[in-house]
Design a protein around this ligand. Structure first.
Ligand SMILES: Cc1cc2nc3c(=O)[nH]c(=O)nc-3n(C[C@H](O)[C@H](O)[C@H](O)COP(=O)(O)OP(=O)(O)OC[C@H]3O[C@@H](n4cnc5c(N)ncnc54)[C@H](O)[C@@H]3O)c2cc1C
Length: 387
């Protein structure tokens, strides 16, 4: 049985000074007031073009981001690979809205696939559809509204970009995730993902859709997606996550007066997440599963299910995944016990990855509880090394 308590394994890739840096960083961001002030100051500095790179890059960027470009991530890829932890290069530039930005975004994702080609330390690639097309267009398609003729052309270009990426992934058999986003654009993303899976998953799960189990309807949607895959004779690729946009989802539902799509309690989200894991393992011959989670219970459950059902730890259809800089006690201990593990390694120019970093800082305040866990583990390892 895997244990997540072994901090020696968890932090084997970290020097004493790395540990010290992580300790201070998590300590600072555990304070919600500091994070809130930091967010305000950062946004202000960006607005007045005040340079922020000198403070961001050696601190929070170094903890959570692989580098400013693919090349700069090579050290992280090799360092994780040394401990059998894979890398998923995640181009984390957000908020672009022009066609030329979207073309450049698609080119960059295809470059990550090319980089992954000959590197066994990069088992997956990933992209976000909002990096390839306008948010408002995805919203209109999700709402089933009629597109104007210029929007039809725009939509065709978005589909071409998605197809070019999936085709590049399929040509080298590199499994690739399509991230899930806000519920009011998700149906458009799901339809694209289904189309790509039907086209490229005939012999193996190559394209993976993402299922956010904090949504009340997603466990059922996972089952329907599987039925469709069976009927279409293709493999289902399923990345299971709880979901990252809960506050935004609840606020919008309240503002616009529709039923909250998110489970009323964390317990219900956990229940559906674990049921989804069970469902995927019950059909592991036809489903490629990636558990994208920092939750110890769910990670333990998946590891137990593999044992129970006699599925080998390194079955190519089963992966665990966490974000760089978080929950190394889960990633490194699972990898140490022979499970397939890969970290999302975000990258991009400092200014462009700031929204990602602000989300990480907010998620790690003491309010959300994650930091307590990270800090305790770091302190435990520091104490162990002193003895
Ligand atoms: C490798 C990887 C890939 C990811 N990809 C995506 C993606 O494509 N799209 C995406 O949206 N997110 C993605 N995420 C983020 C993910 O959805 C979660 O936000 C994050 O991982 C925290 O959930 P957890 O399972 O790790 O841990 P936990 O700490 O156990 O769960 C926290 C989560 O539970 C849910 N929750 C919390 N409180 C409540 C409540 N009161 N009621 C109902 N639900 C509640 C929320 O989803 C919250 O984020 C990804 C995460 C990882 C590690």
């Amino acid at each position: 049985m895997v244990s997540f308590d072994n901090t020696e394994v968890a932090f084997s890739g970290k020097t004493n000074s790395d540990l010290k840096r992580s300790y201070w960083l998590f300590k600072v961001i555990s304070n919600p007031t500091i994070v809130s002030i930091g967010k305000g100051l950062t946004n202000f500095a960006l607005a007045i073009h005040f340079p922020v790179k000198w403070i961001i890059k050696p601190t929070i960027f170094k903890q959570f981001v692989g580098g400013e470009n693919i090349e700069e991530c090579s050290r992280t890829v090799a360092a994780l690979g040394q401990y059998k932890v894979g890398t998923i290069l995640d181009y984390s530039v957000e908020g672009k809205e022009s066609e030329s930005d979207f073309d450049a975004g698609a080119k960059e994702i295809i470059a990550t696939i090319a980089r992954a080609k000959s590197d066994p330390n990069i088992p997956f690639c990933v992209f976000k559809v909002t990096g390839l097309g306008r948010f408002a267009l995805l919203e209109k398609v999700t709402a089933n509204e009629k597109l104007t003729s210029s929007e039809e052309t725009e939509w065709a270009r978005l589909e071409e970009r998605v197809n070019a990426i999936c085709n590049a992934a399929a040509e080298i058999s590199k499994p690739t995730f399509i991230d899930a986003e806000d519920s009011w654009i998700q149906a458009a993303i799901d339809n694209l993902a289904d189309k790509m899976m039907a086209k490229y998953n005939l012999n193996a799960p190559i394209i993976y859709n993402t299922f956010q189990l904090y949504r009340k309807d997603r466990l059922q949607f996972l089952k329907v997606s599987f039925e469709n895959a069976l009927a279409g004779n293709y493999f289902l690729g399923a990345k299971l996550v709880r979901g990252a946009y809960m506050e935004k989802e609840r606020e919008r539902a309240k503002d616009k007066g529709y039923a909250d799509p998110i489970h009323d309690t964390k317990t219900n989200t956990d229940r559906d997440y674990d049921a989804a894991l069970r469902f995927c393992i019950d059909h592991v011959d036809r489903i490629g599963l990636c558990a994208g989670t920092h939750n110890e219970n769910s990670s333990m459950l998946l590891s137990n299910l593999l044992n129970e059902k006699n599925v080998r730890h390194n079955h190519p259809h089963v992966f665990f995944s966490q974000l760089l800089g978080m929950s190394d006690h889960i990633s490194f201990n699972l990898a140490h016990d022979g499970y397939n593990v890969a970290k999302y390694v975000p990258y991009g120019p400092v200014r462009d990855v700031l929204p990602y970093l602000i989300r990480r800082a907010q998620e790690n305040t003491s309010v959300k509880g994650q930091t307590g866990r990270e800090l305790n583990l770091i302190m435990k390892e520091k104490a162990r090394r002193k003895n």
